[in-house]
Design a protein around this ligand. Structure first.
Ligand code: CDP
Length: 256
């Protein structure tokens, strides 16, 4: 606990409280296809954030009046488990989760080829199991991988992370203490080409600081993209089609 007159220093010999350099991401872990009932799913850790994303669809829209004649609609529900934060979160949607759901949907929708599936819906559910700042970005990363796992046609993956300002310094991927006590937080999401699909800002930055934060967050997204891509390639290359019929045990050639 820090006393009123004590000032917490966010840097020690140039490194952050968790040992990271200012431009370093937290450790990332991604698992694909973790839920049997979902069409696509992903478990992701970004530092101490733990999230799970489940994708269902394209499927029939209920209620029917939400149907669009020429494209699929995308729904995104971000939910924080009541045990995911220090102070128990009241279960159910609130202003914050509605906002996060909306901006996260808007971050992913531009890459989903919705015109392929008229009158249907792609449902994305993100459950935050453990929160440590950056849950919207972790959720978007996990959802992007889960959409790919579900086989939803997309122009590209989406990668997301934030940059912030603490002790007057721009840092990548702020953790909870930096986010809470820091001066600014800029979460972004982008395509591998660098097209931004989410840009928010909490706090204040000078134009120069903002440019630095944006450049840093974009570099972070590039690193996350490589991890997302590798996880998907590894998963699907290990599920390769058999090279010859002989490789499928117990089935005759006709059955194959
Ligand atoms: O998680 P994210 O950074 O996307 O969103 P935020 O609204 O900036 O929240 C930052 C952090 O505050 C969350 O990741 C949680 O660790 C924490 N928080 C909390 O403790 N209780 C809440 N009801 C909401 C957020």
């Amino acid at each position: 606990m820090i006393g009123m007159d004590e000032k917490l220093s966010f840097f020690k010999n140039g490194v952050r409280l968790d040992g990271r350099r200012p431009d370093e991401l937290r450790p990332i872990k991604i698992e694909v296809g973790v839920l049997a009932r979902a069409d696509g799913s992903c478990y992701m850790e970004m530092g101490d954030n733990k999230v799970i994303a489940a994708v269902y669809g394209p499927r029939e829209v209920h209620p029917r009046h939400l149907q669009e004649a020429t494209r699929a609609i995308v729904r995104y529900r971000y939910n924080m488990a009541s045990f995911s934060v220090e102070e128990r979160k009241r279960p159910g949607p609130d202003r914050r989760s509605n906002e996060v759901s909306k901006v996260s949907r808007e971050a992913l929708e531009p890459v989903i080829l919705t015109s392929y599936f008229p009158k249907s819906v792609v449902d994305v559910f993100v459950e935050v199991l453990q929160a440590d700042a950056g849950t919207r970005t972790a959720g978007i990363n996990a959802a992007s991988v889960a959409l790919a796992d579900a086989g939803i046609p997309m122009k590209s993956l989406i990668s997301s992370c934030a940059a912030g300002k603490v002790d007057g310094e721009i840092v990548l991927d702020p953790m909870k203490i930096e986010d809470n006590l820091g001066e600014a937080d800029v979460p972004i999401a982008m395509t591998p080409n660098g097209d931004i699909t989410l840009l928010q800002m909490d706090g204040r930055l000078t134009p120069e600081e903002f440019r630095k934060a944006l450049t840093m967050a974009k570099a972070g997204c590039e690193q996350i993209y490589e991890i997302q891509r590798k996880v998907l390639v590894d998963r699907y290359s290990s599920m390769d089609e058999p090279e010859s019929c002989d490789e499928v045990e117990g089935l005759s050639e006709e059955e194959i």
